[in-house]
Design a binder for this molecule. Structure first.
Ligand SMILES: NC(=O)c1ccc[n+]([C@@H]2O[C@H](COP(=O)([O-])OP(=O)(O)OC[C@H]3O[C@@H](n4cnc5c(N)ncnc54)[C@H](O)[C@@H]3O)[C@@H](O)[C@H]2O)c1
Length: 257
């Protein structure tokens, strides 16, 4: 590498990362901060969101916390009005549910839809108009391997993440030639508080952990930092040719069984 060459420079860019209080979102926010971006850490959990801000600042980065439930369209609009135009929007906040048809109620479907689908929709409604006006922006939606293939025993989650992939593709189509790009990231299993909570719901958590790791061809779960690396690339100008894509980071899960 050329001496002094900065890879995926985010200096001067303004980024909003939802669900940045924990797991993948936290890793993305930290990485963006290290890359020079101004980061708005958005989460409904104040304590965790503020802790992420402190970690970014301690590493020399610039960050602010914003309390927000992404399912609240009015609050998302108010936030966008306050912040003005941004360059990067990462719709990462998400919730899960374990169960197939017999264990899933319509309310579970609605609960996941409200956060996983209406959340990104609300934030896009709020922030994309100013991105279109300035003629640049990168929107990154955190989907899942469950947005590409069916995940056993995750009916509501799979449905919601397929919707996130659909949302991303339509946004990319409708706003081609604008300078605003829309991409999804589809991780396999990543070891975060989200996954640990799901594992704890099983009768035999240790067996569940082994089973979940085994769906990756490489036999391990991903790390939040490995997802953050992709978000960093998609956020940067070096991915200018990438839009409407679904970036799989799944340890080979989608290659087949
Ligand atoms: N961990 C995995 O294996 C995995 C795999 C594929 C995709 N994903 C997706 O990645 C994203 C992050 O997952 P994670 O594992 O880091 O989760 P996590 O539970 O560790 O963190 C999620 C964060 O989102 C916040 N959040 C939840 N609902 C919110 C809401 N309505 N408004 C604002 N903030 C809210 C939580 O407070 C938390 O800080 C999710 O969209 C998830 O579906 C995770």
């Amino acid at each position: 590498m050329r001496k002094g060459f900065i890879v995926f420079d985010l200096n001067g860019k303004r980024a909003v990362v939802t669900g940045a209080g924990s797991g993948i979102g936290e890793a993305i926010a930290l990485r963006f901060g290290e890359a020079g971006a101004w980061v708005w850490v958005v989460d409904r959990n104040e304590a965790e969101g503020n802790a992420t801000v402190e970690r970014i600042r301690a590493a020399g980065g610039k960050a602010e916390f914003e309390a927000l439930d992404v399912s609240d369209a009015g609050a998302a609009k108010a936030l966008a009005e306050r912040l003005g135009a941004i360059d990067i929007l990462v719709n990462n906040a998400g919730v899960g549910h374990v169960g197939g048809l017999l264990e899933t109620e319509a309310e579970d479907l609605d609960r996941l839809h409200a956060v996983n689908v209406r959340g990104p929709f609300n934030l896009c409604k709020a922030f994309v108009p100013s991105m279109l006006q300035q003629g640049r922006g990168s929107v990154i939606n955190m989907a899942s391997i469950g947005g590409i293939v069916g995940v056993r025993d995750r009916l509501a989650y799979t449905v919601s993440k397929h919707a996130v992939v659909g949302l991303t593709r339509v946004l990319a189509l409708d706003h081609s030639h604008t300078g605003v790009r829309f991409n999804a990231i589809c991780p396999g299993r990543v070891e975060t508080p989200f996954v640990k909570a799901r594992i704890a719901e099983y009768a035999d958590p240790e067996a569940a952990y082994r089973e979940m790791a085994s769906t990756q061809l490489n036999g391990r779960m991903g790390k939040p930092e490995e997802i953050a690396a992709m978000a960093h690339y998609l956020a940067s100008d070096e991915s200018a040719m990438v839009t409407g894509s679904c970036q799989l980071i799944d340890g080979g899960w989608s290659a087949g069984k």
